[in-house]
Design a protein around this ligand. Structure first.
Ligand SMILES: [Ca+2]
Ligand SMILES: [Ca+2]
Length: 563
């Protein structure tokens, strides 16, 4: 299509939707599909979610990485407090627009105001010249009132006991910037309370200008930076994406070899490989240095193995995230060494989705991951396996909270080792919270050790521990002193290694998944939730506990391995 014609069509689409806002918004507009009713909640709520209504947006042929995203929709609904709406990027990261609007207690239904389809509800945080307001402020118009103004709304945290009026705003940019733009985006609507329902009638995704793509063509690290990873990191600027020529790995798994310290990843840049089983970034030198560093700014690393990093008696062997906002997706941190955080040390904001952290070795603390909890951390669908620390926290060492939250969900923490606390170790969480949901935690007891001031470890349910969980796993859906069965490493079937569950494991169909990832720890092609039978334990949605999902009927799996 000629550029002029394309632009004209985009303008037409935009103009028909919401002229007041789009006239001031640069960017490409992607129309949604699959409009229709939002299935009502299953019972009196809150959180009794029915099946989702997923609106899809197809994004193709964009270079670079995401700078900012907005989303807007039209919908009818007669009780806004029932609704949860989230935007899910193609790589699996998700951002909550709102949930339980107006609810400030664990039992409240929230505001009873209406969404009306004559209004376009637009969400984003690049307010610029557009008048914006907190979603809760706009929705607080009394029971039966219409939420009725064409404004740009800020997204907010979920309603519930931790929310005040209006709820704290959140940033779509903090979640979605540096994501790879191409693929299917999903705007997911769910209704968590029976009675009062609605429908989605229209939606659009707006992506502002992205940058260019730098292709790495050289598997070595010569002085001449042309075509090297080093050269790409030196030249990339915000909105860019660094990727790798297929010629490098088309003949089988291979390495990019690094022989000296790489520059810090620039702000706003994504580094995206073809999968950790295909391409590794590896330190190969007599000197000691780590592989990737993010001093500050926002970055994504995706689809790569990071291995051989070694900082000796310093910190962060594979990756160090200082004051940055780092997202790792389908990354395998494998056989790195340091004294603190051999796989990774982070003091910034961190999101890990479908990663593996394996066989990293610390001479002191934090064998796999060392998290200094100054900003929010989310780790989902991740396998932390066979890491070791000589002193504290063989798998994950979390310390020094300051009111931020760490969510560890749908992850497998197994067979890590240290002298005193082999699995998860916390120290001085203060007023921060570590929230554990649907994790498989197995290995030498004790799996969880809390120390120092503040031991705010909270169970979100559906965890399975091989020991007693040190008293932290007290929800009725948690399973403690439970043997998950023999866990077997599978580092070949997916993009990222996982630990497989045996066919008779109590972890099968005993978990829950509600963060938006469509895939288990292996990545694309491996569905996150496969409900094998209809007798799920304790309210499970059929998701298996931990990072791995067993596929196929159990009855066949006792004789034939097909998965
Ligand atoms: Ca409802
Ligand atoms: Ca299952």
């Amino acid at each position: 299509m000629k550029p002029f014609l394309q632009l004209f069509i985009l303008m037409l689409v935009a103009a028909s939707f919401i002229p007041s806002a789009t006239a001031q918004t640069a960017g490409a507009v992607y129309p949604g599909s699959n409009f229709g009713p939002i299935p009502d909640g299953l019972s009196s709520g809150p959180l009794a979610y029915g099946a989702p209504r997923d609106i899809g947006f197809e994004v193709q042929n964009r270079t670079g990485s995401i700078n900012t995203v907005r989303v807007r929709f039209r919908a009818n609904h007669s009780y806004v407090g029932d609704l949860k709406v989230q935007l899910i990027a193609p790589d699996g990261r998700s951002h909550l627009l709102f949930e339980r609007t107006g609810a400030t207690s664990s039992t409240s239904r929230g505001y009873g105001s209406n969404l009306i389809a004559s209004v376009a509800y637009e969400f984003g945080d690049d307010f610029g010249p557009i008048v914006g307001t907190n979603w809760w402020t706009a929705a607080n118009v009394g029971p039966g009132g219409d939420i009725g103004s064409d404004l740009l709304f800020s997204t907010v945290i979920s309603g519930g006991p931790e929310a005040s009026v209006p709820a704290t705003t959140t940033s779509m940019t903090e979640t979605l910037r540096t994501a790879q733009p191409n693929g299917t985006w999903i705007l997911r609507f769910e209704d968590g309370w029976s009675g009062a329902a609605g429908e989605v009638t229209d939606a659009e995704l707006v992506i502002t200008d992205t940058g260019t793509t730098h292709v790495v063509t050289n598997s070595l690290d010569p002085t001449n930076p042309v075509g090297t990873l080093r050269g790409a990191l030196t030249n990339a600027t915000a909105g860019d994406l660094i990727t790798f020529s297929e010629d490098l790995y088309s003949n089988g798994p291979t390495f990019i070899l690094i022989n000296r310290n790489l520059p810090s990843i620039p702000d706003g840049v994504a580094i995206i490989g073809p999968g950790s089983s295909r391409l590794a970034i590896r330190r190969l030198a007599a000197t000691q240095f780590r592989v990737f560093t993010l001093i500050q700014g926002q970055a994504t690393i995706q689809g790569l193995r990071i291995t051989g990093g070694n900082t000796g008696d310093s910190f962060g062997g594979g990756i160090y995230n200082g004051a940055g906002n780092l997202t790792l997706i389908d990354v395998d941190l494998f056989q790195n060494n340091a004294s603190d955080g051999a796989g990774l040390l982070s003091t910034g904001r961190l999101t890990m989705i479908r990663c593996a952290v394996r066989e990293n070795e610390s001479a002191n603390i934090g064998g796999g991951l060392s998290i200094i909890l100054l900003q929010d951390v989310k780790i989902y669908h991740t396998t932390v396996f066979a890491n070791s620390a000589s002193q504290q926290g063989g798998g994950i060492f979390i310390r020094d909270g300051n009111g931020s939250e760490m969510a560890l969900s749908n992850s497998t923490i197994a067979a890590n080792s240290s002298s005193a606390n082999p699995g998860i170790r916390t120290l001085n969480l203060q007023n921060s919270v570590l929230r554990l949901t649907s994790n498989l935690i197995a290995g030498q007891a004790p799996n969880i050790v809390a120390g120092g001031t503040g031991a705010a470890i909270v169970s979100g349910g559906f965890n399975l521990a091989s020991d007693d969980g040190s008293g932290f796993l007290g929800q009725s859906s948690d399973q403690i002193n439970s043997d998950p069965g023999a866990l077997v490493l599978d580092d070949s079937s997916g993009l990222t290694p996982v630990l497989r569950l045996p066919v008779d494991s109590p972890a099968l169909d005993a978990g829950i998944s509600n963060d938006g990832s469509f895939f288990d720890g292996r990545g694309e092609g491996f569905a996150r939730t496969v409900d094998l039978d209809q007798t799920n334990a304790g309210g499970s949605d059929g998701t298996d506990v931990g990072a791995f999902e067993l596929r196929g009927p159990i009855v066949f799996r006792s004789r034939f391995e097909s998965d």
